[in-house]
Design a protein around this ligand. Structure first.
Ligand code: GLP
Length: 247
């Protein structure tokens, strides 16, 4: 197993470490291809990347990005669409060319066609240099819920009640407002990335971090499949690392 745990003791150090890995990938590759996450966890990382861009320390002009997932049925202009999230937190403030930004089209009346189109774009770009991931409380990555096909590609996923409850905080705590489906890159797409950075913070993630990385590899815990990937950094704060057994 080539998982590297990196446990940081301050939020600032954690944020710097996340931004460092993204910037390193951007600098090391002529045409860097990134897979990017949403959720609460990566927000400080995006803020730090924006800060570095504004300070002239990094440019994202050569970057091509693919977001992991998008809700089905939300207009792009909805404040909680991942399209809005990404533009608000990152794209509007940096220099990734608009034509290089990709998110699955959750508004499409034909989700299967939207997924096929996304897969075609992924195929066209070839290898992903870095996939940055968060983790759901049930071990989902992107929106690949427990049981998802380990070789799967971009598809429409039915969101579990637990996932919708966790995300209700973004929808005025009203479960009825949380979409029931999402388009997500598949585990097969994610696992093909050359490098993976998994981000988690806080004690609420401690149990799933232990299960994912020190438990059996099983499709019931999608994140556990990362144990078979050759190049994974798991960046944690002390809370999220608190249940890991020391090696
Ligand atoms: C969402 C996203 C995931 C994300 C996860 C954790 O459902 N689809 O990509 O990793 O939830 O989110 P948070 O960082 O807010 O805990």
């Amino acid at each position: 197993m080539s998982i590297k745990f990196d446990v940081r003791t301050s939020p600032q150090a954690w944020t710097q470490a996340a931004a460092d890995i993204v910037c390193q990938t951007v600098r090391d590759n002529e045409r860097p291809v990134l897979v990017l996450p949403t959720g609460g966890t990566p927000v400080p990382m995006y803020a730090e990347l924006v800060r570095r861009y504004r300070a002239g320390e990094i440019s994202f002009q050569k970057v091509t990005s693919f977001n992991l997932d998008e809700y089905v049925g939300l207009e792009r202009s909805h404040p909680e669409s991942y399209y809005s999230f990404m533009h608000r937190n990152f794209f509007d403030a940096v220099d990734v060319p608009a034509e290089n930004i990709h998110l699955p089209d959750g508004r499409s009346a034909h989700p299967d066609e939207a997924c096929a189109a996304y897969n075609a774009m992924l195929d066209e770009v070839g290898a992903v240099d870095l996939a940055v991931l968060g983790i759901g409380h049930n071990g989902h990555i992107g929106f690949n819920e427990p049981g998802a096909d380990p070789a799967g590609r971009t598809h429409c996923e039915t969101l579990s009640l637990q996932t919708r409850q966790a995300n209700a905080r973004f929808f005025e705590d009203d479960l009825d407002k949380v979409p029931t489906h999402a388009l997500t890159m598949g585990l097969g797409d994610i696992l093909k990335a050359k490098k993976i950075l998994l981000l988690a913070n806080g004690e609420a993630k401690a149990a799933i971090i232990r299960k994912a990385f020190q438990g059996p590899v099983t499709r019931e815990v999608p994140c556990s499949l990362l144990q078979n990937h050759p190049n994974v950094v798991v960046l944690l704060d002390e809370g999220a690392a608190s249940l890991l057994e020391k090696a």
